[in-house]
Design a protein around this ligand. Structure first.
Ligand code: SF4
Ligand code: FES
Length: 271
C-alpha cells in the first residue's frame, strides 16, 4: 500500500465534480458540489455522506454510490477518482481514500467504473453481475459434505499455498476491467482460476473450470488483454499480472486435452 498517511494537511473544503445519472437508460452529466467542514482524517465516503446529508436536507436526490465494508474487503466500492479506478493511491480501494490525499480547494472528479459489461445503474453505481456469472461458470470446487478430512491430510507446498493466497486476495471489485482500455477481465478471471488450480482441491475440475470461466468472460463481452498491465496497477489487492500468464497456460493445456476450440477466446495476455 502506498497511501498518504499524513494527517497534518489542513483541508476543510473542496469542490466535487460528480457523475449524476438517474438510471441505466437516462443521460448522465457531471454536477458540481461544494464539500465543506472537512478534516484530513475523513474518508472519501464519509465526505460523500456529509454531502448527501446536505442534499437530503435540501430535498435533493443524494448521490448514489456502492459501499459495504468501507475497509477494502468486500469489493463493493467502484469509483473512478480523478481518472483512476479506486483513486490516486496504489493498493487501496475507493473506500480507503482519505481527504488528506487532497489539497485545500482541490476539484475532485468522481465517476463510476466505465466499461460496457458494467452498465451504470444509478450515479456512481454499476452493475457488476457479469462477474457473478463468470464465478458461477466455474469459480468453485465440488466437495462431498459431511466427510471433511483432517486439514493437514493433503500436503501443499509453501510456494503454492502462498501463490494461491495471493490470488485469493482478489475482492472482485472490477477495477482491473475499468482500468483496461479493452475492458478486459483477464486479471479477475486469472485470480479466480489460479486460487484453485494451485491447490490439490482444485485439480479434479481444473480443465473444465478454466474453459468455462474464460468462455463466459468472452461471451459477456469483456475485451482482450493486450499486456498493458493497467489492471495490476489499479488493483486494490495488487494482484500480479503473472496470474494471467498462468491462466493462459492452463487454458491452452485444457483446450488441448479436451479438443476444445473457440476462435474468439482470448489467450493473448500476460506473456
Ligand atoms: S483482480 Fe484486483 S482489480 Fe480485479 S477484481 Fe480482483 S481485486 Fe479487483
Ligand atoms: S466498501 Fe468494501 S472494499 Fe470498499
Amino acid at each position: 500500500m502506498v497511501a498518504d498517511t499524513s494527517s497534518t494537511k489542513n483541508i476543510t473544503a473542496l469542490t466535487l465534480r460528480v457523475w449524476r445519472q438517474a438510471g441505466p437508460d437516462k443521460p448522465g452529466k457531471f454536477v458540481n458540489y461544494q464539500a465543506k467542514d472537512l478534516n484530513p482524517n475523513m474518508s472519501l465516503f464519509e465526505m460523500l455522506d456529509v454531502v448527501n446529508d446536505e442534499l437530503t436536507l435540501k430535498g435533493e436526490d443524494p448521490i448514489a454510490f456502492a459501499h459495504d465494508c468501507r475497509e477494502g474487503i468486500c469489493g463493493t466500492c467502484s469509483l473512478v477518482i480523478d481518472g483512476k479506478p479506486h483513486g490516486p493511491h496504489r493498493g487501496v480501494a475507493s473506500c480507503q481514500t482519505y481527504m488528506r490525499s487532497f489539497k485545500q480547494d482541490d476539484v475532485i472528479t468522481i465517476e463510476p467504473f466505465r466499461a460496457k459489461p458494467f452498465p451504470v445503474i444509478k450515479d456512481l453505481i454499476v452493475d457488476r453481475s457479469a462477474f457473478d456469472k463468470i464465478q458461477q461458470a466455474g469459480g468453485y470446487v465440488s466437495v462431498r459434505t459431511g466427510a471433511a478430512c483432517d486439514a493437514n491430510a493433503i500436503p501443499v507446498s509453501k510456494d503454492n499455498a502462498e501463490l494461491a493466497m495471493d490470488a485469493a486476495a482478489c475482492i472482485g471489485c472490477g477495477a482491473c476491467v475499468a482500468a483496461c482500455k479493452n475492458a478486459s477481465a483477464m486479471l479477475f478471471v486469472a485470480a479466480k482460476v489460479s486460487q484453485y488450480s494451485l491447490l490439490p482441491q482444485g485439480q479434479p475440475e481444473r480443465d473444465r473450470r478454466v474453459l468455462s470461466m474464460v468462455g463466459k468472460m468472452d461471451e459477456l463481452g469483456f475485451g482482450s488483454c493486450t499486456n498493458q498491465y493497467e489492471c495490476s496497477a489499479a488493483c486494490p489487492k495488487t494482484i500480479s499480472y503473472d496470474f494471467i500468464a498462468r491462466m493462459n497456460r492452463d487454458f491452452l493445456a485444457a483446450s488441448f486435452r479436451s479438443g476444445f476450440t473457440q476462435s474468439s477466446v482470448n489467450t493473448s495476455g500476460g506473456a
